[in-house]
Ligand binder design. Sequence first.
Ligand SMILES: Cc1cc2nc3c(=O)[nH]c(=O)nc-3n(C[C@H](O)[C@H](O)[C@H](O)COP(=O)(O)OP(=O)(O)OC[C@H]3O[C@@H](n4cnc5c(N)ncnc54)[C@H](O)[C@@H]3O)c2cc1C
Length: 611
Amino acid sequence: MLAATSRVDQIETHPVDVLVVGAGGAGLRAAIAAHEAGASVALVCKSLLGKAHTVMAEGGVAAALGHVASADTWQIHFRDTMVGGKLLNNPRMAQLHAQEAPERVRELEKWGAVFDRTRDGRILQRPFGGHSHPRLAHVGDRTGLEMIRTLQDRAVAAGIDVYMECTISHLVTGPAGVTGAVGYWRTTGEPIVFPAKATILATGGIGKAYEVTSNSWEYSGDGQALAYQAGAELIDMEFVQFHPTGMVWPPGVRGLLVTEAVRGEGGILRNKDGERFMWRYLPEDRRAEYAADDAEAARWVTALSAGRETDARRPPELSTRDNVSRAIYNEVKEGRGTPHGGVFLDISYLPADLVRRKLPSMYEQFKELADVDITKGPMEVGPTTHYVMGGIRVDADTGAATVPGLFAAGEAAGGMHGANRLGGNSLSDLLVFGARTGAGAAAHAATLPPSYVDPVQVQAAVRELAAPLERVDGEDPYAVQRDLQTMMQALVGIYREDGDLGTALDRIAELRARWGGIGVSGGRTYNPGWNLVFEIRNLLTVSEAITRSARQRTESRGAHSRLDYPATDDETWGHRNSVIRRRKDGTMEVLTTALPKLPGELQTLLGPAAH
Ligand SMILES: Cc1cc2nc3c(=O)[nH]c(=O)nc-3n(C[C@H](O)[C@H](O)[C@H](O)COP(=O)(O)OP(=O)(O)OC[C@H]3O[C@@H](n4cnc5c(N)ncnc54)[C@H](O)[C@@H]3O)c2cc1C
């Protein structure tokens, strides 16, 4: 094993044009695009190839193909996305996303993805919350698996170099921006260096900052924290999506996602008194988009099951995620929850074979993990931390971050989804902006000579990696992680208020001090405790960014709900993105910048919804 004082020229080194950190949908699509543009590419992921979050995606990928509702267009998709994001989205990103998603989905089909079909053989589309029309191309409830399989085949066939079980822990900077990265093999603990003309961060989200989450261990905000350390801006970090339906029982699987496809296929939410409570929570200004009563909602479900278009409007369960999450939270808080602190979600009134065919993973998940047959009775569900709308600020067209040489795509990037993401809009985001960012990074790399990485920074990174192994009697990393997650869940959760957010910042400072004293036993080989140390470092950065942004935004909007500022304040906040930057002294600065201007033609598309 290399000691902390090892010479930099002894470290395994791979110079490339484009380094892609993360091999989920965004990273894979970016790597393919950069390769096609003629760049040499290294694709790095901290687990095995194919095990990213994208593979867990269930419900589908949103694209206005118009196969089920012929009236659907990119313009309506754009409007839905902006309205769902409470108009805080970067309008150019929302436009490119809506315009290009259909082509990216068709391309995936050409590359071998086999989607569910309509009766006349076209890609089938299902409804989801906040989408005006059935829009999600899907493969049962295993869409992400098909997407990853297809992209992975394409990337491997193209001969792209893949570095699996390899964590990027530090970016290296120079006068001209980011010049590469340092990481280590998880298998051996040996360091590795990638001098790169362009570095793309496609590392996904931040869910592991919270106690209850649908996310796996991989979502520790690595990309956001690395970008911040390198001087890039993060935007809108207060907007963390709490998905309304995670499992609540048994405790070992609390937080595991119950796909929105259950509600998309007709699932009904009820409280312990049997009341279909979502009728009470529909926002008045959008009430006309939803069914008038149970009978109209039932007509909508019947038409959907038969694959027919209908004039019936959608059921109240298909309100946006932020709204449904708050509704469930309130029902439980006011004493109308289930025995395990959730509400009931029932799809058992539909034919059992239809439920098993449309929702095979959900059927197995509940049968295996909770001993519940969802074709015979309701599921118990409650909110779970799921997605971060905020992230690394990027240029819409190229994915360039605010530091030269650095790019970002997928969940790690911010701007596309505003204050709240619509279901299905992440998989399409990965495809559209993965492709654009890969091309953008390759174009940037084509202008540059081979990259030089500063050996002093590499040496400092290697020393930081070694430090916890030298503190054998230090603090347990698992205890620090648990305390951070419990604190974020309690103080920076679905509802926030100034006092709690102030306390959270004090706690984060204490936890950061404890982080400096973490020690791990054992060596570097397959040592998850040692790996966790650097994930906690990143989680502390993103937790502080979330908390500072949440404290600054004195209004409620989308996924950000303030008890002390319950109203949406368009005048002060409607045109402002929250921005996080690192000051020269290493402390975190929070400020706001004006939202990019909405061009006239897009304003027209939004109609009365526009500011
Ligand atoms: C259970 C579940 C269901 C979902 N269902 C849907 C759905 O139906 N439709 C939809 O649109 N969205 C859905 N989402 C959201 C969507 O799946 C994610 O937002 C999306 O897959 C993120 O893709 P990504 O490429 O940005 O990141 P990921 O797919 O998570 O990939 C991140 C990659 O980065 C790597 N990585 C991270 N840190 C490092 C590091 N330091 N060094 C090296 N590699 C690193 C990881 O190993 C991984 O390869 C779902 C999410 C979950 C959790």
